[in-house]
Design a binder for this molecule. Sequence first.
Ligand code: GLN
Length: 533
Amino acid sequence: MNTKYIFITGGVVSGLGKGITASALGRLLKNRGYKVINQKFDPYINVDPGTMNPKEHGEVFVTDDGAETDLDLGHYERFTDVNLTTSCSVSSGKIYQSVINKERKGDYLGKTVQVIPHVTNEIKENIYSFEGQADIVITELGGTIGDIEGLAFVEAIRQVGLEKKPEDVLYIHVTLLPYISGSCELKSKPTQHSVKELQSFGIKPDILVCRSEIDIPVEIREKLALFCNVRPENVIPNLTAENLYAVPLMLEKQGLAKAVCKQLHLENKEPQNEEWEKMIQNIRNLRGEVSIALVGKYMQLQDAYLSVVESLRHGGFANGVKVNIGFINSEKINEENVKETLKGYDGILVPGGFGNRGIDGKITTIKYARENNIPFLGICLGMQMAVVEFARNVLGLKDASSAEFSSTTKNPVIHIMETQKSVTEKGGTMRLGAYPCIIKKETLAYKIYGEENISERHRHRFEYNNEYRERLEKAGLICSGTSPDGTLVEIVENEKHPFFIAGQFHPEFKSRPNKPHPLFVGLIKAAKTNKNI
Ligand code: GLN
């Protein structure tokens, strides 16, 4: 079968959940037995979002193969359970970098290098890189149609429509139908304008996915079809769902996957949606709740911790409880207010981060969790701070710190990785992607994972300093997971505490709603026990 290409563009406003539409469609097609790969195009000039502040762009999602990518890849992976790769996240910066490198090498043989065809060819190479590897490639274009930065991508996807057979390419435009409450009306005009703009670039949408607060009446559907040049059955309402994971089933009901299969001449196989339906039933039937304090510093934008938040929810699904998350700014926590701030929480999570702002509050939080037997999960920087806290307050090394924050400390219990010492450029140079880890038997980690060999994704420059290993272990902070050669400490846990565990990696990138990550399942279970439910 020829690889089929679906392009998803957005119109009217940003933030319409294009990423969720792309993810949900991926799941529906996967459930029909097709091999699906999701891809994201981001028009910004950064080569990848790795150097961006999470406050601006939300979390940086890391793939198995070590790409630092847009957070939409997290949605794709959670919905489709397909592990994506570097080629699935492409920015203008990445495209231009490659074109300019080729130009410097002389690859263009004396030609004037131009947006059309050189940049658009480069973009198409990224699209076609999945030829033969997937039945269907779903490519989402970031931003809204008409953005200056996105024009080269729009032109490239238009060309794909001409290069491939008509039945192998499909364009979906996601728009908004504003609801005017005074007159109880849905308005189609912004969508009409947006489609007009899309058509001015030579792209005729096959399907409109319309975000709407209420179901779309037949007359509006027909009007949209007529004015936007699509079939009435291809106007798909995308209503606000009770929860994110219910979107695929809602779009199934609205006929999205059926319309896609018809247009792409794909057999509309009976979808295997039962597992997903069962999961949604389970989410609807959650009884009881636990509260988890998420103590970090990028609190202005909750998307900065998107995968952590979703993983906590997954942990709740596995335990049959709703998880309430308190977003707590570590900069505001100190010895005086820590008890008051954290008293209502059944568990505490300190996530990853960079730079020393808010560090003291994290250490104070971890001390509070350790001393009061509150279930604790530390992630990356959270793990490093758990080691610092233990060294300071249990070993009595008062100036213990991470070399990231103090170059003068006599006790760098966290220090720079050997391989990082020669690194001078910031972009894409951390220890990134999946690495194996061996878990020691008879530890909490082993109880949680139930296996000795695991693989987790990383994104860091600093690591546990083995010079302190013996002392820390003797005092009760056990290294329960290490790299296969035993040199890199990947998991620490406190043997005197009912649930105190922290990993140098990011478990949140591997959690799925239907396959919750064991560390989050464990944390929520411990939080339930702590709350006596
Ligand atoms: N800043 C720390 C390091 O580079 C932790 C990174 C993280 O939390 N992802 O090692």
